[in-house]
Structures are given as structure tokens and as C-alpha cells.
Design a protein around this ligand. Structure first.
Ligand code: NAP
Length: 461
């Protein structure tokens, strides 16, 4: 068991009145910002620096000493220095023996070095207790006090007592410590600030690829074809008509792709007869970005709603309506109301409105502030049951859009079906497979498997 030195015990027990001195090595941007925040929170701060002259930038209540003198004044030393300068700590190894060294450093690239900066620090000062913390907080956020965006401080280290004391300091600064385990987690923590929307990469690239595909598909069918065969110039379709075709198509496909990994994992589990075997990597990654896929889908659905709202004020639409009225007047003939068409059109709109309503509801429940306030069963109910209902409504909305022309040979241009027909493939597959999976003969074994039952148990009792 690790023995906690007496100076550290004193700091641990001192929770209220006077706080123990904290030493910061380095008077750079981060060192100064952290020093300022620590002083505000009641900690005496001593800086260890190459130059002991104070400047106007250094918090005025802090002391500035050379590294050796400063280290002797505190049990916790925060190393606010870039990793490439850590060598200067080697001669101080005796003074730093038994002290808690907090590594806050970041790198310029993901996995830049074979070992994490914190582990490297542990190699240079083997007698010290190394804790990784604060690297995901920026100096600017500390200085300006706008820490709302990220109050979380990831902490890891091999010495429980040392880690606990660093977490106490984190709490005293009104931040939230998140214990990530041993120092082995340091490399991952150091990679966090370098990641660029990791969960959004796949959904954004996928929607970009699909947008490009459907853009050219619609361009060929709706602009180039009428130009070639009917000598009609519909190039203005590029502004509203084509985007308003692409948006609902992408919304529907992406929404179906949120639920497709769920049905695939169910098939895999049924086939293997166990849940204790890992899914393929691609499926794991896909499942992890379902929320982001759903939110991108919602963004496309919202754009579709906006594009649809402007349809009545479009010049082309107004021209078509007036031409129709004039032709009726010229022929002295009024077209009777086509009730079937009226039904189809109203059903199409009603399904779209309901689908969008549930889509928005799904989006709202995925917000952390909402999802944190519902229990697991409620969350699953919304995301699974309401999710499938949304997919069903949106798929039905698209099916009814085709109405009487759905699958009609006249809707093919250059043998290409309408784009909305392509958009129905994935949702229909997901819904049909889901329907099959909820049949009792499959649902029962699947539920048992998810509760831990195995067809061929690997470890028999
Ligand atoms: P900085 O402004 O460049 O300051 C680094 C300090 O290190 C210098 O002011 C200097 O302090 C000391 N130093 C420089 N060369 C040295 C050497 N050869 N030997 C000993 N000490 C030396 O850097 P920073 O932005 O404060 O960042 C410090 C650490 O915090 C880095 O590891 C960085 O990755 C991490 N970090 C920074 C931020 C941020 O927002 N800036 C956020 C998270 C983590 P003295 O002149 O007093 O000796």
C-alpha cells in the first residue's frame, strides 16, 4: 500500500480554513492563469521559475522563487512547462522525491510520443507521484472565468492519495474532476484536446457523399433530361427544388441508418446465440455515432420544412397555378375535385407533420440536459419506440408522396427512378427486418440473449 507522507496528510485534512501552498513551475500563460485562479480560491501560490524577478503579469500575491526553493514550499507542484523542457527536472529529483507532480501538458499531434507526457515525467522523476490533470482546460478559460463550455477535468494517476488531493484542488476551483484511472490513461487524456469532432466525422462525411450523389442524380433527371428531350430550361431548380429533394432524402436515409446497426446487432446476436462476443469494429463505431447521425438527419429534415414553407411564394409555382386556372377558363370547364388525390395529398402532409414532430422530440431528448433527467427505461422508450415510429411516419410520408405514380414506368427518366424511390430502400429494409425481429419466435430468444443467456455457454458450471 502507498504511504502518504505527513505533509500530504496535513493537506488532506486541511479542508476548511487555510489552504496549503501550491507550487507552479513555469510562469507562462497557463501557469499564470492557474496561479491566478488558485489565489482567488484561497491557495497560497509559489512559482518556480528560471527568473525570480516578478513582472506585472504574475499574480501579485504569488511568490516567485527558483525551482528548488519553490518546490520545498509545497507538497503539490504543477508543471506548467512544455514536455520538451522536462529534462531540467532531473537534477531536482531529490527535492521532488515524494512530492505530487501534476502534469498538465498537451502535444501538437495525436500519439506524438511513444509514451504519454505524464509517463515521461515519471521516468525523469521516479520518486515523485505523478498525476495527470488540467490539460483539457485552456489558459484563456481559466483567466476569463468562462468555464461553462468545459468544466470537466480528467484526472489520472497511480497514487490514490495524490490523485484525491489533486481532485480536491480541482473542486476548489469550481471544476469537476473525472477520475480516469491509472497513469495508463494519460495518453488518451492527452489526445482529447487534439481530436476534432471525432464522433461527427462519419456522419458528416457520409451526408456529404450522399448529398453529392443525390445532387447529380437530381440534376440529371430534373434539369438535364427535360433540357435534352423537351428543350425546357429548368436550371432554376438548382436553387430550391433540388435542395428540397435532397434534404428529405438525406433525412430519411440517415434516420434509417441510426436504426440499421441496432437490427444488424440483433441479427448477429441471434446468429451467435450470445451477447458475450464483440461486434466487428465498424459496427461498434457506427453504433457510437448514432446520436450524431440522428442530429444531422434532423438538420436535413428542418431544412426540408423551411424549403417547403416557401413553395407557395415561388414564381414557378404561382405561374403553374395561374396557367392552370386560365386554361380552365379558356376551355370553360372546371375540373371536378379528385377526392383520391385530395386524400393522398392530405395524408402525405399529415404524415410529414407528425414525422417531423417526433423527429424534433427525438432531437430534444438527445440533449444532455434532457437525457440526464430521464431514467434508462424512459430514454430507451423515446429513442427506440418513438424513433421507430418517426422512421415509420417519415417512410410512409415518402411512400404517399409518390402516390399514384409510385413505380409507374412514366416516372423513369433514362431508366433512372425518382430519387425519393432510392431513399426508401434503406428505411424499408430496416422497418421490415425490425418487424420480423419483434415476432415472438425471434424476440423471445433475443431478449434472453440480451439478459445473458447463451446457446453454447463457453464456461459451463
Ligand atoms: P508557455 O506560455 O510557453 O510557458 C511555458 C513556461 O515554461 C515558460 O513561461 C517558462 O517559464 C517555462 N520554460 C520555458 N522553457 C523552459 C526551459 N527550457 N526550462 C525550464 N522552464 C522553461 O506555455 P503555456 O501555454 O503556459 O503551457 C504550459 C504547459 O501547459 C504546456 O505543457 C501546455 O501543453 C500546457 N497547457 C497549456 C494550455 C494553454 O491554454 N496555454 C492548456 C492546457 C495545457 P519561466 O520563464 O517562468 O521559467
Amino acid at each position: 500500500m502507498n504511504k502518504i507522507p505527513s505533509n500530504i496528510m496535513a493537506l488532506a485534512s486541511n479542508t476548511s480554513n487555510k489552504r496549503e501552498t501550491v507550487c507552479i513551475f513555469g510562469t507562462g500563460d497557463f501557469g499564470r492563469a492557474l496561479g491566478h485562479k488558485l489565489i482567488q480560491s484561497g491557495y497560497p501560490v509559489v512559482f518556480g521559475s528560471r527568473s525570480t524577478q516578478t513582472s506585472g503579469l504574475i499574480p501579485k500575491d504569488a511568490e516567485v522563487l527558483n525551482h528548488a526553493e519553490a518546490a520545498q514550499k509545497a507538497a503539490i507542484i504543477i508543471i506548467a512547462i512544455q514536455r520538451q523542457h522536462y529534462n531540467f527536472l532531473a537534477p531536482l529529483a531529490d527535492i521532488l522525491h515524494g512530492k505530487i507532480l501534476v502534469d498538465i501538458s498537451n502535444n501538437l499531434k495525436i500519439n506524438q510520443y511513444p509514451e504519454s507526457n505524464a509517463e515521461y515525467l515519471a521516468q525523469i522523476v521516479p520518486g515523485a507521484k505523478i498525476v495527470k490533470a488540467f490539460n483539457t482546460v485552456s489558459a484563456w478559460a481559466l483567466q476569463s472565468g468562462t468555464l461553462d463550455a468545459s468544466r470537466q477535468v480528467f484526472v489520472c494517476g497511480n497514487d490514490m492519495g495524490a490523485k484525491q488531493m489533486v481532485m480536491d484542488i480541482v473542486r476548489a476551483l469550481s471544476l469537476t474532476p473525472l477520475d480516469q484511472g491509472s497513469l495508463l490513461a494519460a495518453q488518451e487524456i492527452e489526445n482529447y484536446p487534439l481530436q476534432l469532432f471525432p464522433m461527427w466525422k462519419f456522419p458528416i462525411l457520409l451526408s456529404l457523399g450522399l448529398t453529392i450523389f443525390f445532387f447529380f442524380y437530381c440534376l440529371i433527371r430534373d434539369v438535364i433530361y427535360p433540357y435534352v428531350y423537351e428543350n425546357k430550361n429548368f436550371s432554376f431548380f438548382l436553387a430550391i427544388s433540388i435542395p428540397n429533394r435532397i434534404c428529405p432524402i438525406l433525412a430519411l436515409i440517415l434516420l434509417a441508418l441510426v436504426y440499421l446497426p441496432g437490427v444488424l446487432s440483433a441479427i448477429i446476436q441471434l446468429y451467435r446465440g450470445t451477447k458475450y462476443r464483440r461486434f466487428p469494429d465498424w459496427l461498434d463505431k457506427w453504433m457510437l455515432c448514432r446520436k450524431q447521425l440522428g442530429l444531422v438527419a434532423l438538420a436535413f429534415a428542418s431544412l426540408h420544412v423551411l424549403y417547403t414553407l416557401v413553395i407557395p411564394i415561388r414564381s414557378f409555382v404561382r405561374w403553374r397555378i395561374s396557367t392552370y386556372i386560365v386554361s380552365q377558363a379558356l376551355n370553360n370547364k372546371t375540373e371536378p375535385l379528385d377526392t383520391t388525390n385530395a386524400w393522398l395529398s392530405d395524408s402525405y402532409l399529415a404524415l410529414g407533420i407528425l414525422g417531423f414532430f417526433f423527429f424534433v422530440l427525438l432531437g430534444i431528448t438527445s440533449l444532455p440536459s434532457v437525457s440526464n433527467n430521464v431514467n434508462w427505461r424512459e430514454f430507451r422508450f423515446v429513442q427506440s419506440k418513438l424513433g421507430y415510429l418517426t422512421l415509420l411516419l417519415c417512410t410512409a410520408h415518402t411512400l404517399v408522396y409518390g402516390g399514384k405514380w409510385f413505380l409507374s414506368p412514366t416516372s423513369y427518366r433514362w431508366y433512372l427512378p425518382s430519387a425519393y424511390m432510392l431513399s426508401l430502400i434503406v428505411p424499408c429494409i430496416v422497418l421490415v427486418v425490425k418487424f420480423v425481429l419483434i415476432l415472438p419466435c425471434l424476440d423471445k430468444p433475443l431478449t434472453q440473449i440480451r439478459q445473458g443467456w447463451e446457446r453454447n455457454p463457453r464456461y459451463s458450471e
